[in-house]
Design a protein around this ligand. Structure first.
Ligand code: SF4
Length: 374
């Protein structure tokens, strides 16, 4: 029984009414609990009633819980885009096979040049990212790339096509620490309508990836939905169920959550259900209150102003100075970027803003940080 089987028992559209029908007592209960929170608690925390009447309380509680568990350190990571080649047809993504542009797959020398440039920027927490192409960017490619990456990365993450359990185990032997696999949406109808071809169209295979990662013993699994693709209430409640499922079945696996909002890309896809800045702040606080142990990650998809604002509220990992273009650190401007970076400040400027707010940017990574409350 996988999480896909678990979720199949529900009509996910009904998750929205769980959020819409929240009462004041529900929110108060969720806010006053010290221990484990339920899906009903999470629904209460992301509700409109909580945003209208309790957002300040949520922010304060989230800040307090985050400082107690993670201190004032923020783990800094940087994505390395290996290729813009992809066999999938995702309606919302610039790398989709439907879009015509020059495709590149970085070779080992180009990857080494990227890693050297990233090390010079101060980074050794590296996230390898690629489009999904089994033939040119599949396991044989990854088995060559990881030993090179490991020379420059203290902590190595991947966000690539879903793989088999034994393949993840092999990559773990080569030094892989963490894998992110975003479900995009948990709504079967929406999933089908935006994944028009390629292996990603198989919703079950994608949703069962965290199960395979847990079985392979990967240290950390990154999860989340692409906010805006479908009704965020449905996708957030389903993600919270997925988190509880992972906690139950793979208790040794650390979890991190990202909350990417759909942004314009080549192909011109527009968000179906946009999430406002205020709503995203509430969502971040809701995750922290729901599960104190989660790593919460924010990328350069968000604006500088907004990132500075939400940083204290629960974030534990951040990228800065990112390029979403393969080869973009050593040779900027030669290939198409996957999505538009919104916070384009230099690493130094981001770190200066963090220090001004009393936070330390940590460039050498530990998968988990243990600091006393400050
Ligand atoms: S979202 Fe990922 S799988 Fe889909 S087209 Fe873009 S790169 Fe390929």
């Amino acid at each position: 029984m996988s999480f896909f089987d678990e979720l199949s028992k529900y009509d996910v559209d009904k998750f929205a009414s769980l959020v819409d029908n929240v009462t004041d007592a529900d929110v108060q209960r969720a806010l006053s609990k010290e221990g484990a929170h339920t899906i009903d608690d999470f629904a209460a925390l992301i509700s409109e009633h909580a945003r209208t009447h309790y957002l300040d309380v949520m922010v304060q509680k989230s800040i307090q819980l985050t400082r107690k568990r993670f201190g004032r350190c923020i783990n800094m990571y940087l994505p390395l885009y290996l290729t813009n080649l992809c066999s999938n047809k995702c309606a919302y993504c610039g790398f989709s096979v439907m879009n015509k542009f020059k495709r590149v797959v970085l070779n080992l020398q180009e990857i080494e040049e990227e890693l050297q440039a990233m090390n010079k920027m101060g980074y050794s927490n590296i996230l390898l990212v690629s489009g999904e192409n089994e033939h040119k960017a599949g396991m044989p490619y990854f088995e060559q790339v990881l030993p090179v990456a490991k020379k420059y990365a203290q902590y190595l993450q991947m966000e690539v096509q879903p793989l088999e359990t034994d393949e993840y185990a092999r990559l773990k032997e080569l030094g892989l620490d963490s894998v992110s696999v975003y479900q995009e949406t948990y709504h079967p109808g929406c999933y089908k309508s935006v994944h028009l071809g390629g292996k990603k169209a198989d919703m079950r295979y994608r949703m069962e990836t965290p199960d395979r990662l847990g079985k392979a013993g990967i240290d950390k699994v990154g999860m989340g939905a692409l906010l805006g693709l479908y009704d965020w209430k449905v996708d957030l409640v389903a993600t919270a169920m997925h988190v509880l499922y992972m906690r139950d079945h793979y208790w040794k696996t650390n979890l991190s959550i990202s909350f990417p909002r759909l942004r314009p890309a080549q192909g011109g896809y527009q968000p179906h259900s946009p999430v406002s800045d205020g709503k995203l702040l509430q969502i971040i606080c809701a995750w922290r209150i729901f599960d104190n142990e989660l790593d919460l990650t924010i990328s350069t998809r968000e604006s500088a102003k907004f990132r500075d604002l939400i940083l204290p509220a629960g974030i534990t990992a951040l990228s800065a100075g990112s390029s979403t273009e393969p080869g973009g650190y050593a040779h900027k401007g030669q290939n198409l970027e996957q999505w538009t970076v919104n916070d384009d400040r230099s690493v130094e400027d981001v770190v200066a803003a963090m220090e001004k707010s009393g936070f330390d940017a940590v460039f050498h990574n530990a998968s988990t940080t243990y600091f006393k409350a400050q």
